[in-house]
Design a protein around this ligand. Structure first.
Ligand code: AMP
Ligand code: MG
Length: 492
């Protein structure tokens, strides 16, 4: 076979203790669900080949093309606060890296492709439902402009996976800037393997933070780079109402991308204490807890870098602590700027954040839908005659009316036309997010009726989240009472 995927595998050139080499797992009946053709082209891959029988065998993890060097990466992690010294890719394999059209190195990983030396008691497989969920949400995040792993393709395997029921098996081809996690550093730190930490730090500096190479203390520049990207990322999550659901340190990317779409969900009604994940009993990863958990995870990352920061332990700790203090201000700056954009404020005044917070509080008290309030508020920028759609979202619309008086006082002090403000607000406030009930409906149709049309339609709608799509207007709606999704589940 000629090499249809021009792999260049830098991770497989790292020391052998960074991963385990693995062989493809034969599956009974690989079948394509979908290739993300636009992404394939962006990666410099041939979408027609990916859709060919050979391509589908590859996407299902059944057979590897030339140049693939399948490995399962080693990592550790804090899961719900408990340190597990060995996790690793238990149901995924990194098949290789390609250089995309913009010169960026990107991993191609198959998730759900069968057991590896890191599978522990798991079967290494993924079920169709979580694969469709990850495809939809990761691509929706990309369209919303949020750093994320992407989905290149999904395929079914013909195998049955046993979970709470017998489910169709599937594989997701995931694309990431890299799959190095906070937990990858923790794996070596737990083994007191300072040499591996140094090698790994060099690898990620070359790959993600080349500017850190020239810093006085590259490890510090690396830490600060990761802090900044995570602060920005988590701010972006909050601004669209995203709840990751399992912010374990093994699910925090060093490159600053959203990774590992398990029991993630988007808010409907605005509620900072909201948790969907069925395994998050104490709300550790609630919507509003994400910034503080982000900092907690970054502190674990900083600990792994101590040997590189200074030979003197106390000095190393002082450097790490100082670097971590960036997180709060960086997060706030990104979050507050985003809140201003959402509310259509083009200048910064004291009291702005308090003003937007008052709206958020009113949403919580009045069961108002987060996404729709801001989307309709854009129309209200044209004047109070356009308030009805947004005010109706509040149980007590007069609460909105009172807030709107303050808002208009504030916006009235800016030299921005109503039309321009509306345009700016519509660009900051999506109409379409991957609502939980829509995802559930897609999964049900695929599983119960082998009908993937709803999947295709939802993907298409979510690829243009900021455009009105009158023919799909219903996709912007929150769930009816009977459609509400109360809990989401891990894919495991
Ligand atoms: P996750 O909750 O998806 O972030 O996974 C946490 C850890 O459990 C990782 O080491 C995974 O590789 C492993 N894991 C999850 N599901 C499975 C499975 N079905 N088989 C083997 N390992 C798994
Ligand atoms: Mg994970």
């Amino acid at each position: 076979m000629t090499a249809p995927l021009p792999f260049d595998n830098s991770y497989a050139r790292l020391p052998e203790r960074f991963y385990a080499r693995i062989a493809p797992n034969r599956v009974s009946a690989p079948r394509l669900i979908k290739v993300n053709r636009a992404l394939a082209l962006d990666l410099g891959l041939d979408p027609d080949w990916l859709e060919s029988p050979e391509g589908v065998d590859f996407l299902a993890g059944h057979a590897m093309p030339d140049g693939a060097e399948p490995i399962a990466q080693a990592y550790a992690g804090h899961q719900f606060g408990q340190f597990v010294p060995q996790l690793g890719d238990g149901r995924a394999m990194l098949v290789g890296e390609v250089i995309d059209r913009h010169g960026v190195r990107r991993d191609i990983q198959l998730k759900g492709s069968g057991p590896t030396p890191f599978s522990r008691r798991g079967d290494g497989r993924a079920a169709l439902g979580p694969v469709l969920r990850e495809y939809i949400v990761s691509e929706a995040m990309a369209a919303l402009g949020i750093p994320t792993t992407r989905t290149l393709a999904a395929a079914t395997t013909g195998e049955t996976v046993v979970r709470e029921a017998f489910l169709p098996g599937a594989v997701l081809a995931r694309v990431a800037s890299s799959h190095v996690r906070v937990g990858t550093f923790q794996y070596f730190a737990a083994r007191k393997d300072a040499e591996a930490i140094r090698t790994l730090a060099d690898h990620v500096i070359d790959r993600h933070y080349p500017e850190a190479r020239d810093a006085a203390l590259p490890a510090r520049a690396l830490l600060e780079g990761v802090v900044d990207r995570q602060a920005d990322l988590i701010a972006a999550w909050l601004l669209v109402g995203f709840i990751h659901g399992v912010m374990n340190t093994d699910n925090m990317s060093i490159a600053g991308e959203t990774i590992d779409y398990g029991p993630c969900a988007f808010l409907d009604v605005f509620d900072p204490s909201k948790v969907f994940s069925s395994i998050d009993q104490f709300g550790r990863y609630a919507y509003g807890a994400q910034p503080s958990i982000g900092l907690w995870n970054l502190t674990r990352f900083a600990e792994t870098l101590l040997p590189l920061l200074d030979d003197d332990q106390d000095k190393a700790v002082a450097i790490a602590q100082e670097s971590l203090t960036r997180f709060g201000p960086r997060f706030e700056a990104a979050f507050h700027a985003g809140l201003r954009r959402k509310a259509g404020l083009t200048t910064a005044e004291e009291g702005d954040v308090e003003l937007v917070r008052a709206l958020l509080d009113a949403m919580t008290e009045n069961q108002a839908d987060y996404t729709l309030v801001f989307r309709y508020l854009a129309d209200a920028a044209l004047g109070a005659a356009h308030d009805e759609p947004v005010r109706r979202l509040f149980v007590d619309p007069t609460v909105f009316d009172r807030w709107a008086v303050r808002w208009r006082e504030r916006t009235g002090r800016e030299a921005v036309t109503a039309e321009d403000r509306r345009i700016l607000m519509r660009a900051a406030n999506p109409a379409f997010i991957p609502r939980n009930h829509r995802i559930e409906a897609v999964i049900r149709a695929a599983m119960d009726r082998n009908d993937f049309k709803p999947f295709e339609t939802l993907l298409q709608v979510l690829s243009r989240p900021f455009d009105d799509q009158p023919e799909h207007a219903a996709y912007a709606d929150p769930p009816a009472l009977t459609e509400q999704v109360l809990a989401t589940f891990c894919g495991t």
